[in-house]
Design a binder for this molecule. Structure first.
Ligand SMILES: [Ca+2]
Length: 327
């Protein structure tokens, strides 16, 4: 699939191989008629938060591979991919309290360490399969991210994290599903927003995007000025509430630190998708004038809304069955 007409965004659309085969939706009917916060039904879009479908506090000593695939992948231009060597689980101090976090390293143009990047050289192999890629002589412009093994449908998606403190690397949260055929799911939070990374106010902008097809006609792109520096070395909570028509009228609400920033209604996908969290060296994410910087992810949570569960449980990314490449 060639998407050269719109190279700024869509981190995953270079992958022509679907991550997953289409599967059976496991639908757990909830008691959606009972809305405790709106017993009279007077507020049309009242929401009840329900079952936690997924949670990881990164409390252990390593990535929980029952939940996550440590990302090995390369897409887009002018970067050397994401590699598991840039990921670790550590304990850090959060205003005096020890917390476990996923640390995702980003390496800039001055990087001279042992990590080596990758380029995609044989797309006949699945995303994440080491045979798809060729190791590079440099670790510059590499990032680190994880994706969930399972697909999840409409609901509340929340990530508490410290974004990369400098430009040159996108701190991103998105989901992605592209089976054969016309079906497509992608919802993005991109920090900084594409096209805003080179300005003096780069750290104030967030990109909120949604897709029902991997092209501009099927997408909504919004750059939002959050009104504060969200790359300030502090934790912030990024969230979207995804209503697919089953758990509420179709829309996506994007929040930062509990404040609604925008609502999109035109390109709301419906198919469950894997969630990706981390950073990658997006070519539009500003100057890579540094050696190394770090993103800290405190926790990731997915919750049903209005008691409707469109999670696809038990479905596993085939790429996760491959061993990580020896380095
Ligand atoms: Ca944590």
């Amino acid at each position: 699939m060639q998407l050269s007409s719109s190279p700024l965004r869509r981190p995953m659309t270079a992958a022509v191989t679907p991550l997953l085969a289409a599967g059976t939706v496991v639908f757990t009917p909830g008691d959606s008629a009972v809305r405790t916060d709106d017993p009279a039904g007077t507020r049309e879009q009242a929401t009840t938060e329900g079952q936690v479908l997924f949670f990881d506090d990164f409390d252990g000593s390593e990535i929980d591979t029952d939940k996550w695939v440590p990302g090995l992948h390369h897409w887009g231009r002018d970067n050397n991919g994401v590699v598991p060597e840039n990921l670790s689980v550590q304990t850090i101090s959060d205003n005096g309290q020890d917390i476990g976090v996923l640390v995702a390293q980003a390496n800039g143009d001055q990087y001279d360490g042992p990590v080596r990047g990758i380029r995609s050289t044989d797309a006949s192999y699945e995303v994440g399969d080491p045979r798809r890629y060729t190791r590079q002589d440099t670790g510059a412009r590499t990032g680190g991210l994880v994706w969930t093994k399972e697909r999840f449908g409409a609901g509340r998606y929340e990530v508490r994290m410290k974004t990369l403190p400098r430009p040159g690397g996108c701190s991103c949260i998105w989901n992605y599903y592209q089976p054969d055929g016309d079906d497509y799911t992608e919802i993005d939070i991109e920090l900084p927003a594409a096209g805003r990374a080179d300005g003096a106010d780069w750290s104030r902008w967030a990109g909120f995007n949604s897709y029902v097809a991997p092209n501009d006609a099927g997408a909504t792109y919004e750059d939002v000025d959050l009104g504060f520096d969200n790359h300030d070395g502090e934790f912030h909570t990024y969230r979207w509430d995804w209503y697919d028509g089953v758990n509420g009228s179709r829309r996506i609400e994007f929040y930062v630190d509990g404040v609604l920033r925008t609502t999109q209604t035109e390109t709301v996908p419906t198919s469950p998708a894997q969630l990706w969290v981390g950073n990658w060296a997006a070519p539009w994410s500003g100057a890579f004038d540094y050696a190394t910087q770090y993103q800290y992810i405190d926790w990731v949570k997915i919750t049903t809304l209005n008691d409707e569960n469109t999670c696809v449980a038990g479905e596993t990314d085939t790429a996760s069955t491959f061993p990580l490449e020896e380095t």
